[in-house]
Ligand binder design. Structure first.
Ligand SMILES: NC(=O)c1ccc[n+]([C@@H]2O[C@H](COP(=O)([O-])OP(=O)(O)OC[C@H]3O[C@@H](n4cnc5c(N)ncnc54)[C@H](O)[C@@H]3O)[C@@H](O)[C@H]2O)c1
Ligand SMILES: O=C(O)C(=O)C[C@@H](O)[C@H](O)[C@H](O)COP(=O)(O)O
Ligand SMILES: [Zn+2]
Length: 360
């Protein structure tokens, strides 16, 4: 779409860039601040190979780089892991001018971001996402946090990063299923705001499902632009930002039911079909648009249904969704493609009827 590096600005009290391309790590030292001495490089333990060049770039720039491995994937987003990082930060004598760099998928950057947000009430974080999902969604926008047994992402903070570096070559080693998981958030961006994303995936689903596909860079850039525009306008999710939560009310309930061993994007795919069915049954979305959800998600290998008998458990878990106000459940729904709205307090029959379209 643009030159060697694309640069997407995220506005706010402390604006920052999301840099997308090849060789983007060159920008890391410039994001760490003149007064930093110590840089904690928090990385998924299976990704030491990605953390090494990050540590080297930090050390070459004259900072003391410390690699801090954390468990791979969702196992990182636990209170015990976070507490372990605090102890390491204390041991390194990290002060407010020092910095955290998070290297890994969305789970790692959510943890690293929250560690940065909570250490000394906030030190700078630079995020280096290595998954598709991390690049297009998790590392952008400042939502950080961890899970507790009671629910997904229930503990966290808004802490925008100082910068986000998306090295597209990292995607080459991604397992197919994890790549598909990231595509769910890309497709989400298409449904809520940028239909061109849907057209690109529909024109060549096999290409879209591969990191070396013909439109990877354009898909990443478009999804990042959607996210950047929304969070620039509403960091703290007082209104507009809720649209990024499309499909997430049911998705988070599924993740909890699966003890967080179910890929986030897979859960979001099912959750978007559920939200689309809710909107159709409420008379707001055309059947063709609902079927378009199923077709585009299936075409890239994502699930569109879940266990029928899970409904009571999922319904109970949905009550604690962050968009709820008191006892009133609130859903992001579509009135058409790129026309997001809200469905407030739908009745129980409607909720259950929509689930019957998703349960199998
Ligand atoms: N903060 C936000 O706004 C936001 C947005 C969306 C999702 N999320 C969160 O992001 C998380 C999901 O992120 P994810 O899909 O990146 O999963 P993940 O972080 O669990 O990573 C998936 C797996 O891929 C491995 N991996 C990472 N990069 C790799 C690479 N380049 N090659 C090979 N393997 C690699 C990881 O180590 C892990 O085992 C969830 O916890 C979700 O809640 C947060
Ligand atoms: O950035 C947002 O806002 C989102 O809702 C993006 C989601 O894709 C992401 O999964 C986010 O972590 C969900 O946030 P939560 O507040 O519902 O936990
Ligand atoms: Zn998500």
């Amino acid at each position: 779409m643009t030159g060697p590096h694309a640069r997407v600005r995220v506005e706010g009290a402390d604006p920052y860039d999301v840099v997308i391309g090849a060789g983007v790590l060159d920008e890391l030292p410039g994001l760490l601040g003149d007064r930093a001495r110590t840089v904690a490089v928090v990385h998924a333990e299976g990704l030491a190979g990605f953390a090494r060049p990050v540590c080297e770039a930090v050390a070459r720039a004259g900072y003391a780089a410390h690699a801090l491995p954390v468990p791979d994937g969702e196992a990182a987003k636990e209170a015990g892991v976070l507490a372990g990082l605090w102890s390491r930060f204390a041991g390194l004598g990290m002060t407010r001018t020092d910095a955290v760099v998070g290297v890994g998928g969305g789970a790692t950057t959510d943890l690293a971001g929250f560690a940065a947000a909570s250490w000394l009430r906030g030190v700078p974080a630079v995020l280096v996402p290595t998954t598709l999902l991390g690049m297009v969604d998790a590392a952008v926008g400042g939502k950080t946090g961890i899970n507790i047994p009671e629910g997904k992402n229930l503990v966290g903070a808004f802490h925008p990063p100082a910068g986000v570096l998306c090295e597209l070559s990292s995607l080459a080693t991604m397992p197919r299923e994890d790549y598909a998981s990231g595509l769910a958030e890309v497709v989400k961006a298409g449904f809520i705001a940028d239909p061109r994303i849907l057209e690109l995936v529909e024109a060549d689903p096999a290409g879209a499902a591969r990191p070396d596909g013909p439109h990877t860079r354009e898909l990443v850039e478009r999804a990042v632009r959607v996210k950047a525009e929304v969070v620039s306008a509403d960091l703290r999710e007082s209104g507009l930002r809720e649209i990024l939560n499309y499909g997430h009310t049911l998705a988070h309930a599924i993740e909890k039911a699966e003890d967080y061993r179910f890929r986030h994007g897979h859960a979001v795919a099912i959750g978007m079909v559920y939200a689309a069915e809710l909107a159709r049954l409420a008379g707001r979305l055309k059947r063709d648009d609902v079927e378009r959800h199923r077709a585009v998600l299936r075409s890239v290998g994502l699930p569109v249904s879940y266990r029928a008998d899970a409904w009571p458990e999922l319904r109970a878990a949905m009550a604690i969704d962050k968009k709820s106000r008191g006892a009133t459940l609130r859903f992001v729904v579509l009135d058409g493609v790129a026309e997001p709205g809200r469905l407030e307090g739908p009745d129980e029959d409607l909720l259950a009827a929509a689930y019957r379209e998703v349960g199998r």
